[in-house]
Design a protein around this ligand. Structure first.
Ligand SMILES: [Zn+2]
Length: 208
């Protein structure tokens, strides 16, 4: 099946993925960075219909695009506050959050996802509500800032926890199918198997 997976990397370095997982013209977004224009343009040009967005966590570099996205968006309830209130994060990273408002539009939760062939795993550590989305028929897992090919998400930000991260690596990451491809929130993708053997940070966390 041709899934037409496209990656749009934001100026914030986060990845916005657009894929057609059902073999038709319905596309799903994974994460909504602040600059969605290229992804939206692509969807319009290809005449796709948008089936919604899966948001891996509430940080602004993955969720600020909510304000420009008028379709169903699914997020872990535990990260709703971060997604709705990006000001503090933006101030921390950019120095100022002038002109940034809270998001008061509609949000849906993981249990509302209407597609049977998408699994979700809560993997707290980077944020409390961090979530991975798995497409078993395609062998793909979108991990956000939980697991990168060459590292893991930082645990020192608001609602982050190294203890939770270690537990998530042990109980979520280690149970991922080794043949599946991980598509992270930043940087390049990698097979679960090769990340398990090459990702030094994960090895250190698991042995600690
Ligand atoms: Zn993040």
């Amino acid at each position: 099946m041709n899934i037409n997976l496209n990656t749009f990397t934001s100026f914030t370095t986060s990845n916005c993925y657009v894929l057609q997982p059902f073999g038709d013209d319905v596309c799903i977004f994974v994460d909504l960075p602040p600059d969605l224009q290229d992804a939206i343009e692509y969807v319009k040009k290809k005449n796709l219909s948008i089936g919604g967005a899966l948001i891996t966590h509430g940080h602004y570099d993955h969720a600020l695009g909510l304000k420009d996205f008028n379709y169903s968006s699914y997020i872990n309830l535990d990260d709703e506050f971060l997604a709705r209130n990006p000001q503090e994060q933006i101030k921390y990273f950019m120095g100022s959050s002038d002109g940034i408002d809270s998001y008061s539009g509609e949000l849906k939760y993981l249990e509302d996802i209407p597609y049977e062939n998408i699994n979700h795993y809560t993997n707290p550590g980077h944020t409390k509500g961090s979530t991975s989305f798995e497409f078993p028929e395609l062998g793909l897992i979108f991990t956000g800032d939980f697991v990168f090919r060459d590292g893991i998400g930082r645990t020192d930000l608001q609602s982050g926890s190294l203890i939770d991260m270690k537990a998530s690596l042990q109980h979520v990451f280690m149970n991922f199918n080794e043949d599946y491809e991980i598509l992270p929130g930043h940087g390049p993708s990698g097979k679960v198997r090769s990340i398990k053997s090459n990702n030094i940070t994960i090895k250190e966390c698991l042995n600690d």
